[in-house]
Design a protein around this ligand. Structure first.
Ligand SMILES: Cc1cc2nc3c(=O)[nH]c(=O)nc-3n(C[C@H](O)[C@H](O)[C@H](O)COP(=O)(O)OP(=O)(O)OC[C@H]3O[C@@H](n4cnc5c(N)ncnc54)[C@H](O)[C@@H]3O)c2cc1C
Length: 229
């Protein structure tokens, strides 16, 4: 990175950045998926009618988006659910993070996803979307959400099923974004009265939306929030 860019980033961070403190980290087995409890005393969650995301500094001048879930307004804590199967600055950062560390982030932004006013809610995505849909579930209160999350590792699918008492099912991921498995899951499910939420791998999101729109019982709405490509 050139010196001017470095200086610009430093100025931007000084003006905009806030911090949080890591309270606890739990790794799933194998350790490529992490739950991180964080105290964010200054986080602006005024938009918490939609699922939010924050940009976290994962290396000098490098930011990645993650989703606050389990937001507790009284004690200003949340949990981040971070996938680290890939080799990138975000996954290297989470693998090095320890209890007591400080997290730097800029901004809190809204995603397209909020609970639908009526109809069923059906969600699809990969492991990077777990926190996103836990946040949607929190906003939806007791309303049931169904759907499928694609997960490659068998032990992670077991952990998901044991850990979350959720109607969302863990299904085996057979391709990069899980398209094949999600299409199989949706095949015999009626969707005409459903609002479908899609997030995760962007090409999978685009293709899945196309396929679902083609159905005779096409859903009430399809809301896409791409994460990575
Ligand atoms: C609004 C929003 C909210 C998000 N919330 C979360 C969240 O709560 N938890 C979370 O884990 N992620 C979340 N993401 C996705 C996360 O920001 C990206 O996956 C991030 O790019 C991963 O960063 P990285 O530096 O590890 O890999 P990158 O440097 O971005 O990518 C390295 C390589 O890995 C591939 N890759 C990237 N992500 C994945 C993945 N998840 N699985 C498999 N391969 C991948 C890329 O295609 C690339 O080839 C969110 C993204 C957005 C836009």
């Amino acid at each position: 990175m050139n010196i001017i860019k470095q200086k610009a980033i430093r100025l931007f961070e000084t003006a905009m950045a806030k911090t949080g403190t890591v309270l606890a980290i739990r790794a799933w087995e194998p350790a490529t998926f992490f739950e991180v409890d964080v105290h964010f005393p200054d986080m602006d969650m005024s938009g918490w009618k939609r699922v939010q995301h924050i940009k976290i500094r994962v290396a000098p001048g490098v930011y990645r988006d993650y989703t606050p879930a389990g937001w507790d307004e009284d004690i200003r804590t949340c949990t981040l659910y971070i996938n680290a199967e890939q080799n990138g600055p975000g996954s290297r950062w989470i693998k090095s993070l320890r209890e007591g560390d400080s997290i730097t982030y800029v901004g809190v932004g809204a995603t397209f996803h909020r609970p639908a006013d009526y109809g069923e809610m059906v969600v699809f995505g990969d492991m990077s979307c777990i926190g996103h849909y836990l946040a949607l579930q929190q906003l939806a209160g007791g309303r049931g959400i169904t759907g499928a999350i694609t997960i490659a590792q068998e032990s992670h699918r077991e952990e998901f099923a044991e850990y979350f008492s959720w109607k969302i099912q863990p299904v085996r991921q057979r391709d990069v974004g899980g398209l094949h498995s999600i299409l199989k899951w949706t095949k015999d499910k009626p969707l005409a009265n459903s609002n479908v939420y899609i997030s995760g791998h962007i090409p999978t999101c685009v293709q899945l939306r196309k396929e679902l729109k083609r159905r005779e019982d096409s859903p009430l709405g399809i809301l896409v929030q791409g994460f990575w490509s």
